[in-house]
Design a protein around this ligand. Sequence first.
Ligand SMILES: Cc1cc2nc3c(=O)[nH]c(=O)nc-3n(C[C@H](O)[C@H](O)[C@H](O)COP(=O)(O)O)c2cc1C
Length: 206
Amino acid sequence: MKKINLLFFIFCFLISLNAQDIQLLPPDTTGGMPLMEALSKRETNRNFSQKEISNQQLSNLLWAAFGINRTNGKRTAPSARNAQEIDVYVFMKTGTYLYLAAENKLKQVYNQDIREQLPKQEGFKDTPLLILLVANYDKMDRFDDAAKEFYGSIDAGYISQNIYLYCTSENLTTCAIGMIERDQIKELLKLNGKPIIAHSIGIKED
Ligand SMILES: Cc1cc2nc3c(=O)[nH]c(=O)nc-3n(C[C@H](O)[C@H](O)[C@H](O)COP(=O)(O)O)c2cc1C
C-alpha cells in the first residue's frame, strides 16, 4: 500500500513539472536610479534592437511591475480592495508566460511565438519582449461589471507606470500599447477578463 502511495506521489510530482516553465532569478530589489531622476527621464520610446534583456533584468522588471514587496503578500503596485487582479503575461520568442509572483516563476501558457498577434501597430510586432496586463475577472467576484472595467484599468495603470520607471532606471526602452488585439488574445489565451494594456520592452539600437 505504501509503495502505491509513493508511486502515486512520484507520478503527481512528474506531471506537475513542466519543462517549459521558467524559474526566474531572485530579483535584485536594491539600487537603481534615484526616483526623481527616473521621473525626470521617463519617456515613451518606440525604438528597440533585436537584443534581449538579461535574465536578471527580466526578473527585476517583473518584480518592479507587480512583484511581492511585503511579507503580507502585497505588491509593488496597489489594487482596489487588494484584489491583485492584474495578471502579467510575458510574450517572448519561446512562447507566452504568466508571471507567478509568489513562486518567482514564469508559467508557460502558450508554447508558440505569438508576439506579432498582440499589437495592432506594425512597429511593435517584432519587439523581443512584450508584456501584457490583463484584468482577471476570476479575481474580481466582489466587483460589478462596471467596477471590473473601471478598477481593472486603473490597477493596470499603476503597473504600467512601474514598468516605465524600471525601464528608465535600466536605460531600456518601453511604450505603453493600448492598440492591441484584445479579442484575439483573449481567445488564444482563454482569458476570463480583459487585456488592458501592453508594453514593448527593448534595448536601444546603437
Ligand atoms: C493608456 C495608453 C495607451 C497608449 N497606447 C499607445 C499605442 O497604442 N501606441 C503607441 O505608439 N503609443 C501608445 N501610448 C504612448 C503615448 O503615445 C505616450 O505616452 C504619449 O505620447 C506621451 O509620451 P510620453 O510617454 O513620452 O510622455 C499609450 C500611452 C498610454 C498611457
